[in-house]
Design a protein around this ligand. Structure first.
Ligand SMILES: Nc1ncnc2c1ncn2[C@@H]1O[C@H](COP(=O)(O)OP(=O)(O)O)[C@@H](O)[C@H]1O
Ligand SMILES: [Mg+2]
Length: 1107
């Protein structure tokens, strides 16, 4: 929630003078002083801001402050210039009302600073962006340029503006700045030629001389030494805290930012230099024949240099300082100038040159900063103009008169606008308008500006009048015409009441301004109003080649010679003030009233008399009165209700319903007298500040109670929350602790249990172990005892047996010995001659006997190769012979058992061995296979019945063979039958005879050396069967087939032996062709059997797996 603050919070004194009770000058000043002492330099009178110059930098212009005041209501925060700037800017932006900010006050009161603060605030809060920032920068940078040329050090202010300034800042509909227009008023040009004691000429002269480079100074024909120039007063040429050289750089920089060309800057500086040179031109009298003195330029060097700077012909200017041309009735007359007149002319030229340069600068700046867009602008004007000037010690002169006239006009506008606004608000709020009594200064304005008999009109009349015109004639005129005016006082008045007033000198008149009486000395009024520059001079200036001169002195154009006098200073000023007033009247005014707390330009000092003087002439008390004339204080219902609702039970803490009703209830409840307030449409109006303060007082008391209540509730809430938190925490802590304790306990029990368990288990295990160990020991003991016992038994038995055996042996030995002894004893007598031979024979006989008995163990199988080892070396020969004989006998015996068939079988086997042994690798595998002959059981198998009957002879062999096809090397199964006289090949399935070859036609058989079953049956050439070609066959029973074929050949007496050719390469005659069959080992593996492949037409290759 946003905190609603108010101006009324933490007030030091009263922040708004409208609330001052009682209201008088003393209390007003007391309040200002009180606030000033507490660094509160700003105080309001309604919406007017009073600003006291603190003469030191206060930390109240920071960016944070800008933020604080941004978009806040005027009365929400303590008084500040930012509040006014914000209010003005927001109503400009949001309500589309053009604004003007009128800053008034004495010299040194802080007007210029205030105007800069306003501008910087607006710059800070308005829109941003590259273009906008450039505009802002140009607007802000116009200040240093104008200050350099228009400000000077005075007794009252080290940086006093010597011109009035009004600046219109233009904004677009969004509130972004577009540009600006500056108007300047009445530059104090007399300062160019002469400065009062302790004051300086305009800053730019000093800045140029201190800050410009040597080169620039040479070009400008200047010398750095201030003392070389008559126009620069020497005392206080250097001001504490002012760095002219640095300022010069700032000014050059600012000129660049504002948009001055380098050449323009140069021209401006040349004019400044020319003014300095002009001041150095001196004159001497030269006597003429007619007795008059004629002035002559004393030292022409400065004149020469000045003419060079401006591009003027030296002689022309020189002449202009000695003569002047007077034109009357189309006649030109040349009169000489005396020295005094020459000096007058010189100074007039210098003043005009400088003031016109200043105006040119303003125009030039305006050209730069003027808004580009042609759309409608919103405007905020800032008026930084001199306040009332009343010199008590010094004479008030024409300048003060003009200035005070301007202030009178401003007061007029203030009254008009303030009252108008007040009246408008009353109407808006539907409050009855009570006539406000105030002093209207229109009558004073009329005294000065009335076109017929106003002071300014009379001065002009006097100036234009032919004949001798002096200040005194002017005063006389005033005395006659204004005599009756109640605000005009003069000693020589027809109105005799001032005749004896000694405070009013004869050469003076006094005006009762709204802010007080001011005494003016008439001396110089006519001259200053005339502001005369001899035409010869302005024409000389016009002729100059310098780029600016024609613009500055347009009246010097001979083509435009105009006999009419130029408008007087008073007339010009009145006109420009008129324009300004018109301008201001269209805008919503915002006032800043600056007050200077002391004369010493120091901080912390508050001089009552000085402040009182200013308060008086600024008419501030008057201001408060006007403001308070109706109702002193007003506030929207909402904020009033918000602020005071705690004073009434019905509105506190919340009022439901319209705020106005709430306020009504509230005020009735607080028993505020009804005449003290009025209800507007949106605001409550309070007549007397006292009422407001009573409300404030009650509010403060109530706030204390509320604070206590809030504290109480807050403390209660805090303690309760704290307690609840503690309680909650306690539960959590307790739960955690209990859990922890139980966990610990459980862990302890668990580990104790484990310990106990392990102890018990250990104990049990040890018991069992002990038991088992005991049992084992018992078992071992039993075994051991048994073993020992058996051992003992066995040993005893053994011992017994041993003893027995020994005994037996001993008996036999003894018996043998005894026998021997006996025999020897008996036969000793016989043995003597042939006992040795007999013993030998006997021994040999015994050995042979034993040997032959040992041979009985051998078996009768001819396959048995075993034979007992020879027992003695001497039996060697007999032993082998016996073995051979025995084997042969054994074989004969075996053979003797054979039948005729078996014999034939063995013969066949023998024959096979003779043919194939060590010649064909297939052979060894066939040894163990008996030759069955008929593998097909051709006689018994009904399938072959037909075939069998076709055979004339006994079938010796019937088998299934593969007939190798010459074309692809593949085999096709055939039945192969062999009889004593022929062999037959028949179809396997049908038994159809395919070929029957008589054996005599068979020439030879070819087989390989390897373990394959291929064989070729080659037929005799020329035989009957040969036409069919040879047969290449393969059979599992190759050995048997070939053996049988061979055997038939051997047994048949009528035939040749069949040739058996064993070779790995042989030729086979297929019908016409001879094909070579070649056997290779380890060809591609095709199972375990050999595979035949046709290589080409003439070659069949049989690969035989490696064994
Ligand atoms: N708000 C302020 N804070 C600090 N110093 C200030 C303030 N206003 C004015 N001054 C001081 O007072 C001097 C004179 O102020 P200035 O605005 O030039 O007066 P004026 O324009 O009214 O003659 C400034 O140079 C500055 O030192
Ligand atoms: Mg100023």
């Amino acid at each position: 929630m946003e905190v609603k603050t108010s101006l009324l919070d933490n007030m030091i004194g009263v922040g708004d003078m409208v609330l001052l009770e009682p209201l008088n000058e003393d209390s007003f000043i007391m309040n200002l002083r009180n606030r000033f002492d507490h660094n509160e330099i700003y105080t309001y009178i309604g919406s007017v801001v009073i600003s006291m110059n603190p003469y030191r930098s206060l930390p109240i212009y920071t960016p944070q402050k800008v933020e604080e005041y941004r978009n806040r209501n005027f009365y929400e925060l303590s008084p500040h210039i930012y509040a006014l700037a914000d209010e003005a800017y927001r109503s400009l932006r949001d309500q589309d009302k053009d604004q003007c900010i009128l800053i008034t006050g004495e010299s040194g009161a802080g007007k210029t600073e205030a105007s800069k603060l306003v501008m910087s605030y607006v710059a800070a809060v308005c829109g941003k962006g590259q273009e906008v920032n450039k505009v802002k920068e140009q607007l802000l940078q116009s200040n240093p340029v104008l200050e350099a040329f228009g400000n000077a050090k005075t007794m009252r202010n080290d940086n006093s503006s010597r011109f009035g300034k009004y600046m219109d800042i233009e904004f677009d509909f969004k509130g972004d700045p577009l540009g600006g227009v500056i108007s300047n008023y009445l530059l104090e040009k007399s300062r160019v030629c002469k400065q009062p004691r302790g004051e300086r000429n305009f800053h730019i002269f000093y800045q140029l001389l201190s800050g410009a480079s040597d080169d620039t100074l040479m070009k400008l024909k200047l010398d750095r030494d201030f003392s070389k120039y008559n126009y620069l007063s020497l005392d206080s040429a250097n001001v504490n805290g002012l760095d002219d050289a640095a300022s010069f750089r700032t000014v050059r920089n600012a000129m660049q930012i504002v948009g001055f060309m380098e050449a323009e800057v140069q021209s401006v500086l040349e004019l400044v230099a020319a003014v300095l040179k002009l001041g150095n031109i001196e004159f001497k009298p030269e006597s003429r024949v007619n007795g008059f003195d004629e002035s002559r330029v004393k030292d022409k060097n400065d004149l020469k240099e000045m003419c060079e700077l401006l591009g003027i012909e030296q002689s022309v200017l020189e002449r202009a300082f000695s003569y002047r041309t007077v034109e009357a009735k189309m006649e030109k007359m040349s009169t000489t100038l005396n020295v005094a007149q020459a000096y007058y002319a010189r100074d007039a030229l210098a003043k005009n040159l400088y003031s016109r340069l200043f105006s040119w600068l303003v125009t030039r700046i305006n050209e730069s900063i003027k808004a580009q867009a042609k759309t409608r602008h919103k405007v905020m004007g800032v008026l930084d103009i001199y306040g009332f000037e009343i010199f008590e010690v010094r004479d008030n002169s024409f300048e003060q008169f003009i200035i005070n006239y301007c202030n009178e006009k401003l007061q007029q506008i203030f009254i008009e606008l303030t009252l108008r606004e007040e009246q408008e608000e009353y109407i808006r709020e539907d409050i009855e308008w009570t006539n406000i009594e105030y002093f209207n200064n229109a009558v004073i304005c009329d005294l000065i500006e009335n076109n017929q008999n106003g002071i300014l009109a009379m001065l002009d009349e006097e100036c234009l009048r032919p004949g001798t015109v002096t200040d005194d004639t002017f005063l006389d005129k005033l005395n006659t015409i204004c005599a009756e005016h109640q605000h005009f006082e003069s000693r020589l008045n027809k109105n005799s009441k001032f005749l004896t007033d000694h405070s009013l000198p004869h050469s003076c008149f006094r005006i009762q301004h709204y802010a007080g009486k001011v005494l003016y000395r008439v001396e110089g009024f006519v001259d200053k109003n005339n502001d005369l520059l001899y035409r010869d001079l302005s024409q000389a200036m016009y002729k100059a080649t310098h780029s600016l001169m024609r613009q500055l002195f347009p009246e010097g154009n001979p083509a435009k010679v105009n006999l009419k006098r130029p408008p007087t200073a008073g007339f010009q000023f009145k006109a420009s003030v008129g324009v300004l007033m018109k301008n201001l009247q269209t805008k919503n005014p915002n006032y800043i009233r600056c007050i200077k707390p002391n004369d010493k330009k120091v901080a912390h000092i508050f001089t009552d008399s000085l402040v009182c003087h200013q308060v008086r002439y600024l008419g501030l008390v008057e201001n408060v009165r006007v403001r308070r004339a109706g109702y002193a204080f007003r506030q929207p219902y909402e904020s009033c209700l918000e602020r005071y609702k705690m004073l009434c039970k019905k509105t506190w803490p919340h009022w439901r319903g319209p705020a106005r009703d709430g306020v009504e209830v509230l005020l009735t409840d607080c028993s505020v007298p009804t005449e003290e307030f009025a209800y507007g449409r949106s605001k409550i109006f309070i007549r007397n500040p006292r009422t407001l303060f009573t409300l404030e007082e009650r509010r403060r008391a109530c706030l204390e109670d509320l604070a206590t209540l809030i504290q109480k509730i807050y403390r209660g809430w805090k303690s309760r929350t704290h307690f609840l938190l503690l309680k909650k925490s306690q539960v959590v802590v307790a739960a955690w602790y209990r859990r922890y304790a139980q966990q610990n306990k459980y862990q302890k029990i668990k580990s104790a249990t484990l310990v106990m368990q392990s102890f018990i288990r250990g104990w049990k295990a040890r018991n069992i172990l002990r038991q088992l160990k005991y049992e084992k020991r018992c078992k071992e003991a039993v075994t051991t005892i048994a073993a020992y016992w058996h051992g003992t038994q066995a040993r005893m038995e053994l011992r017994r047996l041993k003893t027995e055996a020994r005994n037996k042996r001993a008996v036999s030995v003894i018996w043998a010995y005894w026998q021997g002894t006996k025999v020897r004893r008996e036969y000793r007598k016989f043995f003597r001659a042939n006992a040795g031979k007999k013993i030998y024979d006997f021994t040999i006989q015994r050995i042979m006997q034993k040997y032959f008995l040992g041979l009985k163990t051998t078996t009768m199988s001819p396959m048995d190769n075993s034979w007992p080892a020879k027992p003695y070396g001497f039996l060697e020969g007999a032993h082998t012979q016996l073995r051979r004989i025995f084997h042969l006998w054994r074989c004969k015996k075996y053979r003797g058992q054979f039948t005729e068939e078996k014999k034939a079988v063995y013969e066949e086997k023998l024959e096979a061995s003779e043919i194939f042994k060590d010649k064909k690798a297939l052979y060894p595998s066939s040894v163990s296979q008996p030759f069955k002959g008929d593998y097909l059981e051709i006689q018994k198998n009904p399938k072959y019945q037909k075939l069998n009957s076709a055979m004339e002879e006994k079938v010796l062999l019937a088998d299934l063979v593969n007939k190798i096809n010459r074309a692809n090397g593949k085999g096709s199964p055939r039945l192969f039958l062999l009889t004593k006289s022929n062999f037959v090949l028949a179809d396997q399935k049908t038994g159809q005879v395919k070929a029957s070859v008589p054996l005599p036609d068979l020439a030879s058989v070819s087989v390989s050396t390897q373990s394959d079953g291929f064989f070729a049956l080659k037929l005799k050439e020329g035989s009957a069967s040969a036409s069919k070609g040879d047969f290449l066959l393969s059979s599992e029973h190759l050995i048997e087939i070939i053996t049988k074929l061979h055997r038939i050949g051997t047994t048949a007496a009528d035939r040749d032996q069949i040739n058996i050719d064993i070779s790995d390469e042989f030729l086979v005659q297929f019908k016409q062709d001879k094909v070579c069959v070649k056997f290779i080992q380890g060809g591609p593996k095709n199972g375990n059997s050999a595979a035949c492949k046709r290589k080409n037409n003439r070659l069949l290759e049989v690969s035989v797996p490696s064994p």
